[in-house]
Write a protein of this length. Structure first.
Length: 322
């Protein structure tokens, strides 16, 4: 019972993360009126790293000295690429197309997890994954039509990279704690964003950034970066990466909810149907996995200590040695 309660608590934390992301997506559009996408990322992750470093810096450095780079670098690079690709995609194509494609870790994460961890693909998730893809298409498909250009390619890359961040982050948490994994992801995103910004965009004029944009960057740094990175990695200590990726598909739903009062954007009937399909599919998949976790464990292996008179046949290796 305690494990079930703990599991639902972390599910709620991931849902909170999607709410913050949805609100942050709307605020990001406001910030883009004063600052370019990559420099917005640089300022955002600079502030996030200062805060995170002040709170957990010594702890992070101490842990990183005890493990190899392979324990944290793959997840950190994947997270950086996901954020960079998504933000540039928003500048090249419509938010609806980006919203659909960026929300597809639900498709890529289980496949990548089965390859990286050499586990069987969770076939039971397939119907729910299919339902979510249909729901996302209705919600974000701009009347049911999707074009595919450079912006869409970058959005798809962002989705694949986020799936990688979830899967490799899950593995990294075997050797590192939540704060260290999150801290390395923030630092890597800052470094790689800065490199791309210096090459691809004119240097930002800090004095020209308005107070409203600074407020937005502060929210993105503290809530949509420090807090959400922590929540996501904390959830991966209890939930599978496939479950987290499925829950994260709620992000476009909350983006649409906040877009109505803040941007005047309204969902049509197709969009509302898509949002409903996503919510139902995610809820059903979450309950299904919860039931699987409650199934009794397999019978314990035979213990020779409990049967001292049992006769064990020698293996072929034993015979060969003899």
């Amino acid at each position: 019972m305690a494990n079930a309660t703990k599991r639902w608590l972390f599910i709620a934390l991931v849902v909170l993360q999607t709410v913050i992301f949805g609100f942050g997506n709307v605020l990001t559009k406001i910030a883009y009126s004063d600052i370019t996408p990559l420099w917005c990322l640089v300022l955002r992750f600079s502030l996030a790293l200062v805060v995170f470093g002040a709170l957990f810096g010594h702890r992070i450095v101490r842990q990183l000295r005890q493990v190899s780079v392979r324990s944290w670098l793959p997840a950190a690079v994947c997270m950086a690429l996901s954020y960079i690709a998504c933000n540039v995609a928003l500048d090249l194509t419509t938010a609806t197309n980006v919203g659909f494609l960026v929300a597809l870790p639900v498709v890529f994460a289980p496949l990548l997890s089965s390859l990286v961890n050499r586990k069987r693909y969770p076939v039971a998730f397939l119907p729910f994954q299919g339902a979510v893809v249909v729901g996302l298409f209705l919600l974000c498909g701009n009347g049911g039509t999707l074009t595919f250009g450079l912006g869409e390619a970058l959005a798809l890359l962002s989705s694949v990279a986020l799936a990688g961040a979830l899967v490799f982050g899950e593995r990294g948490l075997e050797n590192l704690d939540v704060c260290t994994v999150a801290g390395t992801q923030i630092a890597a995103t800052l470094v790689i964003s800065l490199a791309f910004a210096l090459v691809a965009e004119p240097v930002v004029n800090i004095a020209a950034v308005t107070p409203l944009a600074w407020d937005t960057i502060a929210f993105l740094a503290l809530a949509s970066t420090c807090l959400t990175f922590f929540l996501q990695n904390k959830a991966l200590t209890v939930l599978k990466s496939s479950t987290v990726s499925l829950l994260l598909t709620g992000e476009p739903v909350f983006t649409a909810v906040f877009s109505l009062p803040m941007l005047g954007e309204m969902l049509d009937g197709r969009g509302l149907a898509g949002a409903a399909i996503i919510v139902v599919a995610v809820a059903c998949a979450t309950m299904l996995e919860g039931r699987k976790d409650k199934q009794p464990a397999a019978a314990p292996a035979f213990d020779i200590a409990e049967f001292p008179h049992a006769v064990i046949e020698p293996t072929w290796r034993d015979r060969r040695a003899a």
